[in-house]
Design a protein around this ligand. Sequence first.
Ligand code: KG4
Ligand code: ZN
Length: 343
Amino acid sequence: MSGRRAGDAPLVLGIETSCDETGVGLVRGGVLLADTLASSVDEHARYGGVIPEIAARAHLEAMVPTVDRALSQAGLRHRDVDAVAVTAGPGLAGALLVGVAAAKAYALALGVPLHGVHHLAAHVAVDTLEHGPLPGPSIALLVSGGHSSLLLVPDLARGEVSPLGATVDDAAGEAYDKVARLLGMPFPGGPPIDRAARDGSPTIPFPRAKAADGTFDFSFSGLKTAVARWVEARGRAGEPVPVADVAASFQEAVVDVLTAKSVAACRAHGVDTLVIGGGVAANSRLRALAEARCEAAGITLRVPRPGLCTDNGAMVAALGSLQVEAGVPPSPLDIPASSTLPL
Ligand code: KG4
Ligand code: ZN
């Protein structure tokens, strides 16, 4: 929580619908007042990944009840809202469209400004709700089912966020989900792999793609294939698959590259603050290794609690609140939902 005086600051309603979570947050002056979520994750589970049409329809049904729940959680009414922020992209087109249309309707009906925000910048901004203003410049590592990016963040509120690198194929969370599937674990695969890995040892030498290529890009598709080939070979040999060891070895390969590149990005840009966000930031081994490597490198590590790392409305309200307080002009009411919105 920041030291700003929350009482006088504008109340910002944040709406997030870029993937399968309908998230609504209420933030005033850096203080989180409500954070409500409706998820369609169970409806996608049997497909092993998010189905865009199912997600969009679920957002439509969940939107108004989720906003109402947020307001009642905070003990506030619609007319208390001073600004509406919404994820304008990137994400699934149909899913974004529902959130953007709803945000415009709320802004218009309440006569308050609308702020379209970038999903990745919002993942960074959510950390300010827990740890206060973000020193600029910082480096952010965002790892989820849909994205894996390293960002340089000179000034979050003013939208100064520039990409340093990203995955060239699968996102880190996507790799977790695919490897979990081939190990017979449920979707989403991150939590069961994280749990299984605790009982295993990371002794299988899976590849660390792009680890030493000097870029800030990632690649996880070869790793997933290497795990699949290794498991198949055990099957052919009639030997049981040591699931915990495979999980631990796969996980170590992912978090080794993520943390090494994050520390390298801090060093290259003379930055001493690293923020980690996105669903994979909930990973226990990523947190532990990042802590150890940051401490050794003299970098301050900031990781929001797991509930704020995954997609939610609080992150959008947090960034909207920073923008409103920094005097960033609102968005026009005809802003599009953009599945490929650049930073
Ligand atoms: O940020 P998020 O909720 O949604 C987007 O993808 O944008 O992230 C979901 C991803 C999934 O791929 C899930 O498997 C992964 O985050 N995840 C984890 C853990 N918890 C969730 N990955 C590794 N370890 C975890 N503990
Ligand atoms: Zn996300």
